[in-house]
Design a protein around this ligand. Structure first.
Ligand code: ZN
Length: 467
C-alpha cells in the first residue's frame, strides 16, 4: 500500500492514463500491436531476422493502402532495409523528408536478464524488452503514424519517406546503402531520425528539457604498438616494450585536447547550465559565455557527461603485451579510442597523438575508416514543428540542440549532405534508460504520451493549412 501511494504521489498525471486505459484510440492499439510484434523478433546481428521485421512492417503498410511500388524491402546480406514512400501532391514544390530508424538491436543474453528480452512484458510503470527504447519505439511509431495519417485522409504537400536500416548497431552497411546509393533518397531536403534526441524527465517525472540531436562526434580507434627484440627475462635490457608503451599511455592520460566549441554547444551549455544551477551549472554558463575561461573548462573536464561536449577525447581502453612470464616483451599494444569534435579531421588527431607520445618508434594503426560528419544547424521550420509536438505535451519546455558523443545512422546522412536531426518522441529520465544494457525499458506513460509526436511534426512540415 505504501508503494502504491508513493507511485500515485510521484505520478499524478498517470491517473488520467489509467482512467483512459479502457478507451485507447485505434492508433494507440495499432502502435502497441506493432511494437509488441517487432520486439518479439530477435533482430541482433548475424541472426538473419531483420527481414522478418521489414516484411511485417511492409505488409502492414500495404494493408493500410500504400501501393506496392512505394513499399520496398531491400535485402543486404543477412539483413535488410525498409523504404516506404508516402506520396505527396507536390503542391509545396519541396523535396522529400526522410524519416529514419533501425530495425536491428544490440544483443541481449536472456540468462542475464530478469525478464525475457525478446518478449514485451510490463509492470505498473514500464514496458520491458530489448529494443523498447533503441529503436523499436521509433520504428513502430513512425510506421503506425504513416498508417494513421493515411486513414485520416492526409495528403502531404511533399513526399515523406521512411528509410529504416537493418544493421545500425553493427556494420551500418544498410545505412551506407540508404545514405549513399539511392538517388531517390538523396533528393531529400533533410532527415528526421527517431533513434536519438527526446525529452529529459527528472526523477519525479517533471520535464527538464527537450534535446534535438544535431551533430555526432567522429568515432575512431587506433592501436599503438611498441616492438622490441626481447630476450630472456634474467637478462633485462635497458629498453622494454611494456615500459615504453606505459610511458606513452601516461602521456596520453595527461594530454587534453584543446577546447572546441560551436554555436550549438555554447547554446547547449548556456541552457543546461541555467536549468542545472549550482556550481556546475555556473561553470557551464561561464564556459558558454567564454570558452577560453580555463577554470570553467577545467570544471567541465572532470564531468564524464559533459567533457565530450567541450573537446575531442581519447582514452586507452585495452592492453595487450608480452608472451611469457620469463621473457622480455617483444611487443606491447594499447587500444586508443577517440571521439573527435566535428570539423576536426581524424588525421589531425593522429598527428597530435604522435606528438604527445614523443616516441617515433611507436606504430600507429587506425582500425576502421572513420565517418566524419558535419553539424546540422537547426532550421526555424523544423525546430518550430518539433516545438509544436513537444509543447503539446509539455508547454514552455526548452527545445535545444545537442551533439551526440556516440553514433547513429544520422552521421552517414549528414556526411551525404542531408541535414539530419534526431527528434525521438520519447520523454524519460536519462538515468532510467538502459539502452544497450540489461532490462531496457520505457515508461508506459511515455509510450502513450508520445503517440501524437510524429503526426504533429509531419502535418506541420508537410501539411497544407486547411488540412
Ligand atoms: Zn539506436
Amino acid at each position: 500500500m505504501k508503494k502504491l501511494i508513493a507511485i500515485l504521489i510521484a505520478c499524478l498525471p498517470c491517473a488520467a492514463a489509467v482512467a483512459a486505459e479502457v478507451e485507447r484510440s485505434e492508433h494507440a492499439i495499432k502502435t502497441l500491436e506493432m511494437y509488441t510484434r517487432i520486439i518479439e523478433v530477435e533482430s541482433s546481428k548475424n541472426l538473419g531476422n531483420v527481414p522478418e521485421i521489414a516484411n511485417y512492417l511492409a505488409n502492414e503498410l500495404l494493408a493500410a493502402g500504400f501501393p506496392q511500388e512505394d513499399v520496398e524491402v531491400v535485402p543486404l546480406g543477412e539483413t535488410a532495409s525498409l523504404i516506404a514512400k508516402y506520396r505527396g501532391d507536390g503542391s509545396s514544390g519541396k523535396a522529400p523528408i526522410l524519416l529514419l530508424g533501425h530495425m536491428d538491436v544490440v544483443e541481449a543474453l536472456a540468462r542475464d536478464w530478469e525478464r525475457p528480452p525478446f518478449e514485451l512484458t510490463s509492470d505498473d510503470s514500464y514496458f520491458y524488452a530489448r529494443g523498447t527504447v533503441d529503436n523499436k519505439f521509433g520504428v513502430a511509431q513512425l510506421t503506425s503514424t504513416f498508417i494513421r495519417l493515411k486513414k485520416e485522409g492526409f495528403v502531404p504537400n511533399r513526399d515523406l519517406i521512411i528509410a529504416f536500416s537493418g544493421d545500425e548497431e553493427s556494420g551500418m552497411l544498410t545505412t551506407r546503402m540508404l545514405a549513399y546509393d539511392r538517388e531517390d533518397l538523396a533528393e531529400a531536403e533533410f532527415a528526421l531520425n527517431s533513434d536519438a534526441g527526446g525529452g529529459d524527465l527528472d526523477a519525479d517525472g517533471n520535464p527538464v528539457v527537450y534535446l534535438m540531436q544535431a551533430a555526432e562526434k567522429t568515432y575512431v580507434t587506433w592501436e599503438i604498438t611498441v616492438r622490441n627484440p626481447g630476450g630472456h627475462s634474467s637478462r633485462p635490457r635497458p629498453d622494454n616494450a611494456i615500459y615504453d608503451l606505459a610511458d606513452a599511455i601516461k602521456k596520453i592520460e595527461k594530454y587534453r585536447f584543446p577546447v572546441r566549441w560551436s554555436e550549438m554547444t555554447q547554446t547547449f551549455f548556456e541552457e543546461t547550465g541555467e536549468q542545472l544551477g549550482g556550481e556546475l551549472g555556473d561553470a557551464m554558463v561561464r564556459f558558454a559565455n567564454n570558452p577560453r575561461d580555463e577554470e570553467a573548462a577545467d570544471r567541465l573536464a572532470i564531468e564524464s557527461s559533459y567533457v565530450g561536449t567541450t573537446r575531442t577525447t581519447c582514452v586507452v581502453t585495452m592492453l595487450q603485451a608480452g608472451h611469457a612470464e620469463n621473457a622480455l616483451p617483444q611487443s606491447a599494444t594499447a587500444t586508443v579510442n577517440c571521439r573527435v569534435f566535428p570539423g576536426v579531421p581524424v588525421s589531425a588527431i593522429e598527428s597530435a597523438l604522435r606528438q604527445v607520445v614523443e616516441n617515433d618508434a611507436i606504430e600507429f594503426r587506425q582500425l576502421e575508416e572513420a565517418t566524419e560528419s558535419p553539424i546540422s544547424r537547426l532550421r526555424p521550420d523544423v525546430t518550430a514543428a518539433v516545438k509544436k509536438a513537444v509543447h503539446a505535451r509539455y508547454p514552455d519546455i526548452k527545445v535545444i540542440a545537442y551533439m551526440e558523443s556516440g553514433g547513429t545512422d544520422g552521421m552517414h546522412f549528414r556526411k551525404a549532405g542531408i541535414p539530419t536531426w534526431a527528434v525521438s518522441g520519447l520523454f524519460m529520465n536519462p538515468d532510467e534508460m538502459y539502452a544497450h544494457g540489461l532490462n531496457e525499458r520505457v515508461p508506459i506513460q511515455a509510450f502513450y504520451d508520445g503517440l501524437d509526436h510524429w503526426s504533429i511534426i509531419l502535418r506541420e512540415l508537410a501539411g497544407n493549412q486547411e488540412q
